[in-house]
Design a binder for this molecule. Sequence first.
Ligand code: NAD
Ligand code: UFG
Length: 347
Amino acid sequence: MSKNVLVTGGAGYIGSHTVLQLLLDGYRVVVVDNLDNSSDVAIERVEELAGELAKNLSFHKVDLRDRQALEEVFAETKFDAVIHFAGLKAVGESVHKPLLYYDNNLIGTITLLETMAAHGCKNLVFSSSATVYGWPKEVPCTEEFPLAAANPYGRTKLFIEEICQDLRRSDSEWKIILLRYFNPVGAHPSGYIGEDPRGTPNNLMPFVQQVAIGRQPALTVFGNNYSTKDGTGVRDYIHIVDLADGHIAALRKLSDPKIGCEVYNLGTGKGTSVLEMVAAFEKASGKKIPLVMAGRRPGDVETVYASTKKAEHELNWKAKYGIEEMCRDQWNWASKNPYGYASPNLN
Ligand code: NAD
Ligand code: UFG
């Protein structure tokens, strides 16, 4: 019998791609999302891509902090596991509105965990972030590195990781996988779903994509005097479909009787600079990306990339795509949907 998975934040960037992969893999999926940072068009597109399997997907517009509404979702379906993406993620906004971040991310998660426990569902996959490594003393980052938070957003990830560890220590029925994502980019190869940030993008590739389609005049490069190959920041970019598949590997791992509360990096293990990423995107799109060199962005780190050994050995998962495919699929999505899900004359 196929398994029932609750996906919180399933209308968002990572959530929508993961929901599609889950459906294609034969899971039944229930999405809860308050659509604060996403569009229900993403869910419709996932349904189109899933074809026949779309019958296994249902969507509820629910805020995780709405205990009663969440309770109703759990009363309707017995879930085998929950993948918890729902949360706010803008680093800069979190500095200005810390209480919003603590309320949404922490209260939302606690309400979810309490409701799961009340319904006897104690299997969880949680979206953590490489941000918990702070400015690492060395790279690649292994899961055992010391952790640090540079802003309220990062602190919510650290707190939730700790909450999950405490929960497991208190009750061995809990099985929890904390996934530390590096930098997800790109889109589904169909160009039907992708990242659609509200307002001016904070992250590199959504910004680059907007320069390519003429919505922004130039990319501001934040810092070109780092001790890196070309002076610009180095990150571990991972194709969104690889990242989505990592969640299926994590779900499978939850049925391992030895699992308690485990942490895994999801990255490629390769570091790419801003200028290398821009060059790859220019090649994939045939568009010139004008650059403006600027100072470092406060809070940015120099070089971060993942050690992928633990995920490879224990989850039996490894990223398949490189930056060429990431840029190709990012451009395919951007050129088909220049205004994201609000684009006219879609595809
Ligand atoms: P996203 O904003 O596209 O998706 C998050 C979704 O959660 C959105 O659809 C939003 O409407 C929903 N949501 C937020 N608060 C909610 C609430 N209280 N109740 C119900 N729904 C709510 O972001 P994403 O990039 O898909 O990220 C998903 C998760 O992965 C987040 O937890 C994020 O912090 C984490 N993460 C993202 C990145 C990245 O670079 N994209 C990196 C590391 C970790
Ligand atoms: N950058 C620019 N110009 C821009 C945007 C970014 O030069 O307009 C540079 C940054 O300085 C950095 C690199 O591009 O060197 C990547 O920046 P992103 O904002 O795309 O990604 P970050 O690594 O800074 O942070 C992202 C998420 C965090 C998450 C972290 C690790 O925003 O929430 O990845 O997963 F914690």
